[in-house]
Design a protein around this ligand. Structure first.
Ligand SMILES: NC(=O)c1ccc[n+]([C@@H]2O[C@H](COP(=O)([O-])OP(=O)(O)OC[C@H]3O[C@@H](n4cnc5c(N)ncnc54)[C@H](OP(=O)(O)O)[C@@H]3O)[C@@H](O)[C@H]2O)c1
Length: 127
Protein backbone atom coordinates (compact mmCIF):
# COMPACT_ATOMS: atom_id res chain seq x y z
CA UNK A 1 0.00 0.00 0.00
CA UNK A 2 1.30 3.49 -0.89
CA UNK A 3 2.05 5.68 2.14
CA UNK A 4 0.59 9.22 2.07
CA UNK A 5 3.12 12.00 1.64
CA UNK A 6 3.36 14.20 4.71
CA UNK A 7 3.19 17.97 4.57
CA UNK A 8 3.65 20.45 7.40
CA UNK A 9 1.82 23.78 7.19
CA UNK A 10 2.84 26.67 9.45
CA UNK A 11 0.44 29.60 9.53
CA UNK A 12 -2.26 26.95 9.09
CA UNK A 13 -4.81 29.07 10.96
CA UNK A 14 -4.14 32.20 8.86
CA UNK A 15 -5.97 33.52 5.83
CA UNK A 16 -4.06 31.39 3.33
CA UNK A 17 -3.28 28.41 5.58
CA UNK A 18 -6.95 27.78 6.37
CA UNK A 19 -7.51 27.19 2.66
CA UNK A 20 -4.31 25.26 1.99
CA UNK A 21 -4.85 22.59 4.69
CA UNK A 22 -8.13 21.17 3.25
CA UNK A 23 -6.68 21.33 -0.29
CA UNK A 24 -3.69 19.21 0.75
CA UNK A 25 -5.94 16.74 2.58
CA UNK A 26 -8.19 16.47 -0.49
CA UNK A 27 -5.10 15.63 -2.56
CA UNK A 28 -4.20 12.74 -0.27
CA UNK A 29 -1.50 14.35 1.86
CA UNK A 30 -1.24 13.64 5.54
CA UNK A 31 -1.07 17.16 6.97
CA UNK A 32 0.59 18.41 10.14
CA UNK A 33 -0.89 21.85 10.85
CA UNK A 34 0.59 24.31 13.33
CA UNK A 35 -1.75 26.12 15.74
CA UNK A 36 -0.54 27.77 18.90
CA UNK A 37 -3.64 27.49 21.08
CA UNK A 38 -5.64 24.43 22.08
CA UNK A 39 -8.75 25.87 20.42
CA UNK A 40 -6.93 26.43 17.11
CA UNK A 41 -5.50 22.91 17.25
CA UNK A 42 -9.00 21.52 17.88
CA UNK A 43 -10.26 23.39 14.79
CA UNK A 44 -7.38 22.07 12.66
CA UNK A 45 -8.01 18.56 13.97
CA UNK A 46 -11.70 18.80 13.07
CA UNK A 47 -10.83 19.18 9.37
CA UNK A 48 -8.56 16.12 9.48
CA UNK A 49 -5.09 17.58 10.13
CA UNK A 50 -2.63 16.39 12.78
CA UNK A 51 -2.44 19.61 14.81
CA UNK A 52 0.70 20.55 16.72
CA UNK A 53 1.96 23.55 18.69
CA UNK A 54 5.18 25.07 17.34
CA UNK A 55 6.97 28.41 17.48
CA UNK A 56 8.76 28.67 14.13
CA UNK A 57 11.46 30.79 15.79
CA UNK A 58 12.53 27.70 17.78
CA UNK A 59 14.81 25.86 15.34
CA UNK A 60 15.30 22.84 17.61
CA UNK A 61 11.57 22.28 18.01
CA UNK A 62 11.05 22.87 14.28
CA UNK A 63 13.72 20.28 13.38
CA UNK A 64 12.11 17.72 15.66
CA UNK A 65 8.62 18.50 14.36
CA UNK A 66 9.71 18.19 10.72
CA UNK A 67 10.92 14.59 11.13
CA UNK A 68 9.04 12.34 8.73
CA UNK A 69 7.73 15.17 6.52
CA UNK A 70 8.26 15.44 2.76
CA UNK A 71 7.03 19.01 2.32
CA UNK A 72 7.04 22.23 4.35
CA UNK A 73 4.69 25.10 3.51
CA UNK A 74 5.62 28.07 5.69
CA UNK A 75 2.78 30.62 5.74
CA UNK A 76 3.37 32.15 9.18
CA UNK A 77 2.99 35.94 9.33
CA UNK A 78 2.16 38.61 11.88
CA UNK A 79 0.40 41.31 9.93
CA UNK A 80 -0.60 44.56 11.71
CA UNK A 81 -4.12 44.30 13.05
CA UNK A 82 -5.60 47.40 11.42
CA UNK A 83 -5.20 49.53 8.28
CA UNK A 84 -4.08 52.40 10.51
CA UNK A 85 -1.35 50.25 12.09
CA UNK A 86 -0.15 49.22 8.63
CA UNK A 87 1.04 52.82 8.20
CA UNK A 88 3.27 52.59 11.27
CA UNK A 89 6.75 51.06 10.73
CA UNK A 90 6.94 49.62 14.28
CA UNK A 91 3.75 47.64 13.69
CA UNK A 92 5.59 45.53 11.09
CA UNK A 93 8.46 44.54 13.40
CA UNK A 94 6.98 41.23 14.57
CA UNK A 95 5.94 40.42 10.99
CA UNK A 96 9.53 41.07 9.83
CA UNK A 97 10.82 38.80 12.61
CA UNK A 98 8.41 35.98 11.76
CA UNK A 99 8.94 36.28 8.00
CA UNK A 100 12.74 36.78 8.03
CA UNK A 101 13.99 34.94 11.17
CA UNK A 102 11.18 32.39 11.05
CA UNK A 103 11.87 31.57 7.42
CA UNK A 104 15.62 31.27 8.07
CA UNK A 105 15.03 28.94 11.01
CA UNK A 106 12.52 26.78 9.17
CA UNK A 107 14.96 26.61 6.22
CA UNK A 108 17.71 25.55 8.66
CA UNK A 109 15.43 22.93 10.20
CA UNK A 110 14.50 21.59 6.75
CA UNK A 111 18.19 21.56 5.71
CA UNK A 112 19.12 19.52 8.81
CA UNK A 113 16.39 17.09 7.93
CA UNK A 114 17.71 16.82 4.37
CA UNK A 115 21.23 16.18 5.69
CA UNK A 116 19.84 13.41 7.86
CA UNK A 117 17.99 11.94 4.89
CA UNK A 118 21.23 11.95 2.86
CA UNK A 119 23.12 10.23 5.73
CA UNK A 120 20.39 7.61 5.97
CA UNK A 121 20.71 6.95 2.23
CA UNK A 122 24.49 6.56 2.50
CA UNK A 123 24.10 4.04 5.30
CA UNK A 124 21.57 2.12 3.29
CA UNK A 125 23.82 2.02 0.21
CA UNK A 126 26.85 1.04 2.29
CA UNK A 127 25.08 -1.92 3.91
N1 LIG B 1 -0.72 36.30 4.49
C1 LIG B 1 -0.60 37.17 3.48
O1 LIG B 1 0.31 37.04 2.63
C2 LIG B 1 -1.59 38.33 3.35
C3 LIG B 1 -1.53 39.11 2.22
C4 LIG B 1 -2.38 40.19 2.13
C5 LIG B 1 -3.27 40.49 3.14
N2 LIG B 1 -3.34 39.73 4.22
C6 LIG B 1 -4.28 40.11 5.28
O2 LIG B 1 -3.59 40.22 6.52
C7 LIG B 1 -4.42 39.80 7.60
C8 LIG B 1 -3.70 38.73 8.36
O3 LIG B 1 -3.68 37.53 7.60
P1 LIG B 1 -2.59 36.38 7.81
O4 LIG B 1 -3.19 35.08 7.45
O5 LIG B 1 -1.34 36.75 7.11
O6 LIG B 1 -2.24 36.46 9.33
P2 LIG B 1 -2.93 35.78 10.55
O7 LIG B 1 -4.35 35.52 10.31
O8 LIG B 1 -2.51 36.61 11.74
O9 LIG B 1 -2.19 34.36 10.63
C9 LIG B 1 -0.83 34.30 10.82
C10 LIG B 1 -0.45 32.83 10.98
O10 LIG B 1 0.92 32.75 11.32
C11 LIG B 1 1.04 31.98 12.51
N3 LIG B 1 2.20 32.44 13.28
C12 LIG B 1 2.56 33.72 13.55
N4 LIG B 1 3.69 33.73 14.27
C13 LIG B 1 4.07 32.43 14.44
C14 LIG B 1 5.15 31.79 15.10
N5 LIG B 1 6.12 32.49 15.75
N6 LIG B 1 5.21 30.44 15.09
C15 LIG B 1 4.26 29.72 14.46
N7 LIG B 1 3.22 30.26 13.81
C16 LIG B 1 3.12 31.62 13.82
C17 LIG B 1 -0.26 32.14 13.23
O11 LIG B 1 -0.42 31.07 14.12
P3 LIG B 1 -1.44 31.12 15.36
O12 LIG B 1 -2.83 31.08 14.78
O13 LIG B 1 -1.12 29.92 16.14
O14 LIG B 1 -1.19 32.43 16.06
C18 LIG B 1 -1.24 32.12 12.06
O15 LIG B 1 -1.50 30.80 11.65
C19 LIG B 1 -5.73 39.32 6.96
O16 LIG B 1 -6.69 40.32 7.09
C20 LIG B 1 -5.34 39.06 5.51
O17 LIG B 1 -6.43 39.20 4.65
C21 LIG B 1 -2.50 38.65 4.37
Amino acid sequence: MKTARRAMVTGATGVIGRRVVPELLARGYRVTAVGRTAQKRAELGSVGADAIALDILDVGAATRALAGHDVLINLATHMPKSTLQMLLPWAWRENDRVRRDGRERMDAAMAQRARRLRSACRLRFAA
